[in-house]
Design a protein around this ligand. Structure first.
Ligand code: ARG
Length: 458
């Protein structure tokens, strides 16, 4: 059988053109969605009397048989048939005869492909939400073990104030929580139905778009056929959200790489999540977090790629839009792969509490607390800051930390110091007194984890 659109042509398509314009090598990933869309469409055509019910039934049977073949990987898709839509239609006509040609009544590939993409992203978005929850669950699991484990908190990668390790981990929980909310919210727009828009202007047949929306589970119908076939904002939105998710994954990965370095040794990634060096026998490399960090780049590329494809396109459909797919598939697969690895990597990592503790004992991250101490004794904060700066300098010069200085030394800097200063300086105390809502005190972290668990129960 020749091309489905061959009637107007007098020449065969150039082979290079055929290959260049075909999308079947990648859009075969939409086979299930394409069949689902066709099933709904033909059901509606039959119900509306646009085609006879017997024909609609034959087409449905044919499509279901093709679906089985697709599921069993038995279909050989052909480049000559360009894309998934024409491959399936051609298979259908081969299977059930010319009546299969009635399927495309009142429809165009333009509203068809947009519908397939909406269906695909709906499924994938829902699956990704679940995968994010697995990561959140893993973070909560580790956090619960480490409410009282202290780690230096950093600003400018300089030790700033000690924090609960659970608090640090839970920071990522909330980032992923917002990512999840963004995905959930995006479903509102993914759930708009393009089908029934025709090539760009609607159709002459008395179709029932509400019925198709009902069968396919769409909440809204695009009220403008030109918009429906030519915008890809739902994909741009998905790629933006995907990029944000990968940014969060990448930051966390960077911390894992730093924390598992010889210089930090705060955590150790499980052997099953690391790889060795082909030349240096001692090496245990954090390849997984490195690659998660690295893969973030392609998701940004996919977003920028699609934004650029769309920015100069006149309405309505243009073949450029076929470039919307590979980046979307790639971001979906990158997210799936990344989230699936992240959860067990978090679950299996070992936390070196003692090393973290040693780091805290050997730093000045309690300096803010003596400043606050003097403020509570009546000194203005700026003056207190100045006094403590001098104390820190003195301590550095005498090779001591704040807890090592004698009471006489403190008194030498200010008569306001009393012997309760040592309690104030203890790291546990430093953490415990940051008991404002959202702070790192164990009481707050426990409450935060409770809130977090509530988010997972929906
Ligand atoms: N493969 C095409 C795409 O992905 C399907 C729509 C083709 N429509 C057309 N008029 N050429 O965009």
């Amino acid at each position: 059988m020749s091309k489905l659109w061959g009637g107007r042509f007098t020449k065969e398509t150039n082979k290079l053109v055929e290959e260049f314009t075909a999308s079947i090598s990648f859009d075969q990933k939409l086979a299930k969605e394409d069949i689902a869309g066709s099933l709904a469409h033909v059901q509606m055509l039959g119900e509306c009397g646009i085609i006879p019910t017997e024909d609609a039934d034959k087409i449905k049977d044919g499509l279901l048989a093709i679906k089985k073949m697709v599921d069993a990987n038995e279909v050989e898709f052909l480049v000559e048939d360009e894309d998934i839509h024409m491959n399936i239609e051609k298979l259908l006509i081969e299977k059930i005869g010319p009546v299969g040609g009635k399927l495309h009544t009142g429809r165009s590939r333009n509203d068809q492909v947009a519908t397939d993409m909406h269906l695909y992203l709906r499924t994938k978005t829902t699956e990704l939400i679940k995968l994010i929850e697995d990561v959140q669950q893993a973070l909560i699991g580790q956090a619960k073990e480490h409410i009282h484990t202290l780690i230096p908190g950093y600003t400018h990668l300089q030790r700033a104030q000690p924090v609960s390790f659970a608090h640090h981990l839970m920071a990522y929980f909330w980032m992923f929580e917002r990512d999840k909310e963004r995905l959930i919210d995006s479903l509102k727009r993914v759930n708009w139905l393009p089908l029934g828009s025709g090539a760009l202007a609607g159709t002459t047949f008395p179709i029932n778009r509400e019925r198709v929306a009902e069968i396919l589970g769409f909440e809204t119908i695009y009220p403008n056929s030109m918009d429906a076939v030519s915008d890809r904002d739902f994909i741009m939105e998905f790629l933006s959200i995907g990029s944000i998710i990968m940014t969060h994954i990448s930051r966390f990965s960077e911390e894992l790489v730093i924390w598992s370095s010889q210089e930090f040794q705060f955590v150790e990634l499980d052997d099953s999540f690391c790889t060795g060096s082909s030349i240096m026998p001692q090496k245990k490399n954090p390849d997984v977090p490195e690659l998660l960090r690295g893969k973030t780049g392609r998701t940004y590329g996919n977003l920028i790629g699609l934004l650029t494809v769309l920015k100069g396109l006149p309405l309505a459909y243009n073949k450029d839009l076929q470039e919307d797919k590979e980046g979307m598939f790639d971001t979906v697969e990158t997210l799936e792969g990344s989230l699936k690895l992240l959860a067990p990597m978090i679950e299996t990592m070992t936390v070196n509490k003692d090393v973290m503790r040693k780091a805290i004992n050997n730093d000045f991250s309690n300096a803010t607390d003596i400043a606050d101490y003097l403020v509570r004794k009546g000194l203005p904060f700026r003056d207190a800051h100045e006094v403590i700066g001098k104390i820190v300098l003195y301590a550095i010069q005498s090779n001591k930390f704040l807890l090592d200085l004698s009471f006489e030394e403190y008194q030498g800097f200010s008569p306001l110091f009393e012997d309760d200063i040592y309690e104030v300086l203890a790291p546990e105390h430093v953490v415990a007194v940051r008991n404002s809502f959202g702070g790192t005190a164990p009481e707050q972290v426990e409450y935060q984890i409770k809130l977090a668990e509530g988010k997972l129960q929906r």
